[in-house]
Write a protein that binds this ligand. Structure first.
Ligand code: SER
Length: 664
């Protein structure tokens, strides 16, 4: 059976058994910051398992696009070296949300592999969790042909968790014996026994403290690797010998002129074939390549592939040339590949060009390091860092190259160098970043959005590193946050005048940093002791008005960038000051002058249209339903502030804004 037939047979079988066929979710999880990539079929059903979301079906089946590179389930290091690992793969699954449990799950799996796929029952094994008497009994009842081939294993092999937190439970796996000619042990090294299907009996949820609680209803989550079914059914030497990979491997051979060999000599071909799939699917689902988070995982994947290509003599960008082959193989099943073909090729090519500029020199540097090693078996952290910092070699790439020479790298030393660099770039930042909230107990300060001046009480004063700061009960001063810089102004009482040069948050309080223009020692002493004094707090309102113009403009710019460049653009940082704004975002290449002009035109049109700007507090759920743009990785409370410029832009934002875009 070919891959398309197996995928279809699986979904058809479960549809006939009352399961709703649900489309694969994107490989970039929409709403789950605990995950880098979708790493299993159950990810899109996480909230259904937890009882937080109701669906109008209790049985589902999917063929899910998954990436396992980084995070809890990470197969990246294995790829190329084993028969069965990939970073990208398709997981076939059936799910029960409080409907059937162990017995039916085992029955369905057994019936499908033996009757529909026709696998020889004598080659099959089932494993169960060490305490799961039920599962063992059910296997023996449903599949008597297994005889004594039902084995018990511990936590590592037979208890499945989505991540550090989330749904989990004991599991039961089906393994296929590929024959004694292939070395390997079940659940051990080698590729003789192939785990083809994992049935998870979802019973628990693990929270961030590690506490396990039962799920509302026992459920089922299963996952079978399509590529492994293909390997077994096509009698291929590895996943890479199946119809899913052969065209890709053939393309690598065509481009490089180096024939493929299934054994250790074929690592480069396999790595490239795998990595091009992961990159293409991720980019089709709007991932970007960058220097942090999942973007950096993708960069590592690409650079690993580029360097293996180099080994095959491919010194110019080549990965992007394999994309059309992938699309002809998988584009009918996953039309997003076809839809985003241009973008996928462009992103990959641009990134290859960027790495190619330093790859050659980096390899030369690596060779020098190796020459100097003498009897030393570990490449020092400083060298690994230099390769990273100057030549763009991810540390795990250097590690692979070191391994090929029988060497290791000092990863801890590398991390230390990285930290030193980070500290260096942090230095010079203002005193408030070194002033820790643990040093003072500052009461919560109430910030009033709509007043530029108010009468309140000063409650505390102190000096730190040559700067003085004052705390108020209530304040019109905006404390630097979300890119908007702190306000300046004056705090005046009968006995003093305090010039505010900057405003920052400290814990839940706000500190007004500056100096006294006029004061007397008695008042200062009283303040130091925490005795309240009535004051008038007054911000520099012209400066604030300028800041507001730039802040609202930032929102317009954000939206315009997404319209022109694509939905992958989101804010990764910003500066909103009186005289300028800066907006940081990731895009895979420099903007063209035409793109810049289009963005400018959109923003200017929206300013000229004098759109009303409004803000309101909402619950996080309401805001999400309204479609407000939130920054990924940012922590929001239960109540959020939604800022809208008509129906043009809607963002979660705590900052201050103009009332009409025309004010800009
Ligand atoms: N979630 C389980 C796994 O990934 C079964 O799909 O193995």
């Amino acid at each position: 059976m070919k891959s398309n037939q197996i995928r279809k047979a699986f979904l058809d079988y479960f549809a006939e058994n009352g399961h709703k066929v649900v489309a694969s979710s994107p490989v970039i999880p929409a709403d789950d910051p605990t995950l880098l990539f979708t790493n299993a079929g159950m990810v899109q059903f996480k909230n259904t398992f937890l009882g937080l979301e109701k669906r109008d079906y209790t049985r589902a089946t999917t063929s899910q696009k998954c990436i396992r590179a980084g995070g809890k389930h990470n197969d990246l290091d294995q790829v190329g070296f084993t028969a069965r690992h990939q970073t990208f793969f398709e997981m076939l699954g059936n799910f029960s949300f409080g409907d059937y449990f162990k017995e039916e799950a085992i029955f369905f799996a057994w019936e499908f592999v033996t009757k529909y796929l026709g696998l020889d029952p004598n080659r099959l094994y089932a494993t169960v969790y060490k305490d799961d008497d039920d599962a063992e009994r059910l296997w023996k009842k449903i599949a008597p042909q297994l005889k004594d081939r039902v084995l018990r294993f511990g936590e590592k092999d037979n208890f499945w968790s989505m991540g550090e937190t989330g749904p989990c439970g004991p599991c039961s796996e089906i393994h296929y014996d590929r024959g004694p000619d292939i070395p390997g042990e079940l659940n051990g090294e080698g590729d003789r026994f192939m785990e083809v299907w994992n049935l998870v009996f979802m019973q628990y949820n693990r929270d961030d403290k590690g506490t396990i609680t039962p799920l509302p209803k026992p459920s089922v989550d299963t996952g079978a690797g399509l590529e492994r079914f293909c390997m077994v059914l096509q009698n291929a030497d590895s996943n890479y010998g199946t119809d899913l990979f052969q065209p890709l491997i053939a393309k690598v051979t065509e481009l490089s002129g180096v024939p493929y060999e299934p054994g250790p000599k074929g690592v480069a071909h396999r790595v490239i074939a795998d990595h091009v799939r992961a990159l293409s699917f991720a980019i089709a689902d709007n991932a970007i390549i960058s220097n942090e988070g999942r973007g950096y995982v993708l960069r590592r994947i690409l650079r690993r592939a580029a360097r293996y290509g180099h080994e095959l003599g491919l010194k110019e960008p080549f990965l992007y040339k394999i994309v059309p082959t992938l699309i002809s193989k998988m584009g009918d099943t996953y039309p997003e590949l076809k839809a985003h073909r241009g973008k996928i090729e462009l992103v990959i090519k641009t990134e290859e060009e960027q790495f190619d500029r330093t790859l050659e020199n980096g390899l030369a540097r690596f060779a020098e390091i190796i020459d100097k090693m003498g009897g030393n078996k570990t490449i020092p952290g400083a060298e690994v860092f230099k390769l990273y910092d100057t030549y763009g070699f991810p540390a795990d790439l250097t590690e692979i190259m070191a391994k090929e020479k029988g060497l290791a790298i000092d990863m801890a030393g590398f991390e230390k160098e990285l930290e030193i660099q980070r500290n260096r770039s942090r230095q010079g930042s203002s005193f408030a970043s070194t002033l820790k909230s643990e040093m003072y107990i500052i009461p919560k300060t109430e910030f009033t959005y709509d007043e530029f001046q108010l009468t309140t009480q000063a409650t505390f004063y102190d000096k730190f590193n040559n700067s003085a700061f004052l705390v108020l009960k209530k304040t019109p001063f905006y404390a630097e946050s979300g890119g908007q810089i702190g306000d300046k102004g004056k705090i005046i009482s009968d006995n003093f005048e305090f010039v505010v040069e900057d405003t920052k948050k400290l814990g839940e309080g706000v500190i007004h940093i500056g100096h006294f223009d006029k004061s007397d020692n008695t008042t200062i002493e009283r303040l130091r002791e925490g005795q309240p004094i009535v004051v008038t707090a007054q911000i520099d309102s012209e400066r604030r008005a300028d800041i507001q113009r730039n802040h609202t403009a930032t929102h317009l710019l954000h939206k315009a960038l997404r319209m022109v460049l694509g939905e992958h653009v989101y804010q990764s940082g910003s500066l909103v000051a009186p005289e300028r704004l800066r907006f940081d975002f990731s895009h895979f290449k420099a903007m063209t002058p035409e793109e810049i002009e289009r963005v400018e035109n959109i923003v200017n049109e929206k300013i000229a249209a004098d759109i009303k700007v409004t803000w309101q507090n909402k619950s996080m759920d309401e805001a999400r339903q309204m479609g407000a743009m939130a920054l990924f990785g940012e922590k929001y409370g239960d109540t959020v502030r939604v800022v809208q410029a008509g129906d043009f832009s809607m963002e979660l934002c705590g900052g201050t804004h103009v009332k009409n875009t025309g004010d800009i």
